[in-house]
Design a protein. Sequence first.
Length: 290
Amino acid sequence: MPKEHKREKMTHLIYRLALVFLGAALAAISIELFLVPNNIIDGGVIGISLILNYLIDHPAFSFSTFVVVLNIPFLYFGYKQIGKTFMFSSLFGIVCLAVVESQLHHFAPFTTEPILAAVFGGLMLGVGVGLVIRHGGTLDGTEILGILMTKKLPFSVGEFVMFINIFVFTWAAFVFGPENAMYSVMTYYIAFKAIDTVLQGLEETKACIIVSDQYDEVSDAILHRLGRGTTKLKGKGGFTDADKDVIYVVVTRLEVMKLKSIITDIDPNAFLTIMSTQETHGARFKSAIH
């Protein structure tokens, strides 16, 4: 018998959808009160919708209409390939984006300075999109298309999305002018970095692998001087074929220098590798931070 998956609890569903709505609302505010008044766009479906909204000046063909209609085919394929939870969350977020944006037309823009609009609009847009992605959805179907197309083409999702955005920003250069297209690229880059921050969190962590002949002393010092537990791994030297004790420990970005100091004090010849981590989960680690 296939294993039944537990249904999402109602309280968690409400919490998740509330954050998707918040993310969509932030994106809508960025679009309507920062980007549109300055003829600046984002990439992907949002960017295409903004260009079409500018070219077709008719109430029946607004940004809200375009962003929903253009995303529907991607959501359909996303449902077929990624699942109904993702599709539902994305559809909810896109509808929220469209509804909130449509209610902001009569508000005055926050700024008419393009550089300020690009920076702060990009930040707000990135935070909004990041919140939606972090809680199981998307506001832009080009990434869904990228996931589907890269199964058949020799490109990564990032490369495919970049190709689409080159087309979008080139089109923007013809419609809004080269300068506004450059502001749009700046907005996209800032939004991209803000999305990364939301997805990865501000408390960036590092995974460290330490190979030392003084394993016990190093491990004990890390525990008592840094407050971090370690994991003992078994390794074997590739050149000497000798058994090696390897220490694995995860620390915050601010603790890296102290970790280096501890290792150098005990074993200056220790081999240390530091790697960035995408996420770190676990009650012990979080409690150690806080």
